[in-house]
Write a protein that binds this ligand. Sequence first.
Ligand code: FNR
Length: 219
Amino acid sequence: MFRTAVVVGSIRANSLNRKIAEILIGMESEGLGLHLVEIGRLPLYNEDLEGDPPSEWQKFRASMTASNALLFVTPEHNRSVPAALKNAIDVGSRPFGASVWEGKPAGVITVSPGAIGGFGANHHLRQMFVFLNVLAMQQPEAYLGGASEFFDQNGALAAEETRKFLNHFMKAYAEWVNRSLAPPQQSIVTRPIRAGRHGTFDESQSAPRIEGMTPTLKP
Ligand code: FNR
């Protein structure tokens, strides 16, 4: 069983993103251990505080360190990520060398009442992930536009299509997390290989040893 931190980029009480995140948590079926991690009370990142870090930072960092995987569900603010989410990312990324994000698999879903589904926030987040070495799932992408129409009067998803898409996303995400966290496989090439005049040889000039295959050298 994994532990997957779900981070909602909106800190608003009636957040559409939080509703989607709660639905995703309710859908869980593949041992992801999804749980919400709150970001709304994190003091603004300031390196001067690292000598005696605020308790909220410490709790957040501990919770993230204990998580194997990440799922971000966020709105877009001015074509980027909301300040609260940027702050959480900054808090988690320091002190230098102790980032809580390092090497973790992640999924990104952006949700907006607008037509383009938070595309800008989605990709600004992915840009940060390059630097932070977060392993973002590439496909399927999830830009959920028109989100103020998603819910019925009881707060349930109004359209079956939305649920189907979220199911499809979560299935791919579970596969991505499982694949990313699987123990490394031993290389199938058992000896170093170098290019030779007549093809590809191993260091002892005999045929490359590749398990399960009879190598053929081109003349
Ligand atoms: C927004 N909103 C918005 N929407 C969008 O699609 N693109 C944008 O760039 C912005 N910019 C923006 C800036 C600020 C400061 C606010 C407060 C709002 C609208 C936003 O998508 C909408 O408020 C969502 O409902 C926010 O998500 P939650 O809080 O419902 O999860």
